[in-house]
Design a protein around this ligand. Structure first.
Ligand code: KMH
Ligand code: ZN
Length: 270
C-alpha cells in the first residue's frame, strides 16, 4: 500500500471556542496548530479562516496571512477551503484560490448541512473548477453524497478537472450521507479507477472510518472541523492529538505515514 496521507482540518466554519476551547481561530493560533499537526504526522492542513471575532470568513487577506505564516514554519501542504460557510456567496468562497495554493477543496454538489443547505449548483461547480484549472490548483473533490461523484465525472468530460482525481468522502454530516462503513465501501468503489481518496468521518464516525480507510489503502482526515472529541465526553486537547492517534493506528496496521513531499508525489502535485 502507498504511504498514508493524514490531513488535519484545523478549524472549519462551524465550531466555536464555546464548543471547543482549543479551537484555533486567529491566524497565529491556526499557524501554531498547523505546525503541531505537521509534527504529529499531518502532511496536509485544510484551512478555514476566521475574522477576529471568530466568525468564518473567506477573506483573501486573512488566507494570505495564514498561508505565508504556515509556509514559513513548515513544508506542510496548505489546502484552503472553497466551501466556506453555508451562507458565503460563491464569489466569497473562491477568494483563497487567488493565492494559487497547491490544493483547494472543490465540493461537487448540493446537500443538506445540519439545518442549512450547502449550495453548489452546476454553474458554480464549473466556475470553481475552471478557476482552479487556470491557476494550477489541484482540487480535493469533497463529496457528501454519491451523486457528487457523478458531478466530478462530468467535470472530467468537460475537461475542467483531470485524472488522477483525489476525493474526500465527508460522511456523517447531519442531513447528508451517514458514516456507516458500508457507505465508505460504496463511495470508494464508485470513483474512477486510479483516483486517490481520503475520508473525513464527522463526529463519532471519525476514528472508526479512519481505521477502516487505513486498512483499505485510503487516506484520512481528522481535526476539529470534523470532530472536537478525543473520545465520548472528552474534548481533544489539540488537532495534533487527533493526528497522533491516526499515526499510531497506522503504525499498528503497518502503514507508513507520508511526509509532505511523499504526499505531493502520491497526489501528483506539480
Ligand atoms: N463548511 C461547510 C459548509 C470545504 O471546506 O470545502 C463546507 C466545507 C467544505 O467545509
Ligand atoms: Zn472545510
Amino acid at each position: 500500500m502507498e504511504k498514508l496521507i493524514i490531513t488535519a482540518a484545523l478549524t472549519g466554519a462551524e465550531v466555536t471556542k464555546e464548543h471547543q476551547p482549543n479551537l484555533p481561530v486567529t491566524p497565529d493560533e491556526i499557524v501554531k496548530e498547523a505546525e503541531k499537526a505537521y509534527k504529529a504526522g499531518a502532511s496536509i492542513v485544510h484551512v478555514h479562516a476566521r475574522k477576529d471575532n471568530g466568525d468564518p470568513t473567506q477573506d483573501y487577506e486573512k488566507y494570505k496571512e495564514i498561508k505565508e505564516k504556515v509556509e514559513a514554519k513548515c513544508p506542510v501542504i496548505f489546502q484552503p477551503s472553497t466551501g466556506g460557510a453555508t451562507w458565503h456567496t460563491p464569489e466569497q468562497r473562491l477568494q483563497p484560490v487567488e493565492l494559487k495554493p497547491e490544493m483547494a477543496t472543490l465540493s461537487t454538489g448540493t446537500c443538506n448541512f445540519g439545518d442549512d443547505i450547502f449550495m453548489n449548483s452546476q454553474e458554480y461547480i464549473e466556475k470553481f473548477a475552471t478557476k482552479m484549472k487556470e491557476y494550477g490548483v489541484k482540487p480535493e473533490i469533497e463529496v457528501f453524497e454519491p451523486g457528487m461523484i457523478n458531478n466530478a465525472k462530468r467535470l472530467v468530460k468537460k475537461e475542467l478537472i483531470e485524472a488522477p482525481l483525489h476525493f474526500d468522502f465527508v460522511l456523517g454530516v447531519p442531513g447528508a450521507m451517514p458514516g456507516e462503513p458500508r457507505n465508505l465501501m460504496f463511495m470508494a468503489e464508485s470513483i474512477p479507477e486510479g483516483s486517490t481518496w481520503t475520508v473525513a468521518g464527522i463526529g463519532k464516525y471519525e476514528t472508526s472510518l479512519a481505521a477502516i480507510a487505513i486498512a483499505m489503502g485510503g487516506h484520512v482526515r481528522v481535526g476539529f472541523e470534523d470532530n472536537i472529541y478525543y473520545r465520548k465526553g472528552e474534548l481533544a486537547k489539540s488537532n495534533a492529538q487527533l493526528v497522533e492517534r491516526i499515526a499510531r493506528i497506522a503504525k499498528e496496521l503497518d502503514r507508513e505515514v507520508a511526509t509532505s513531499d511523499e504526499a505531493r508525489e502520491i497526489l501528483n502535485l506539480k
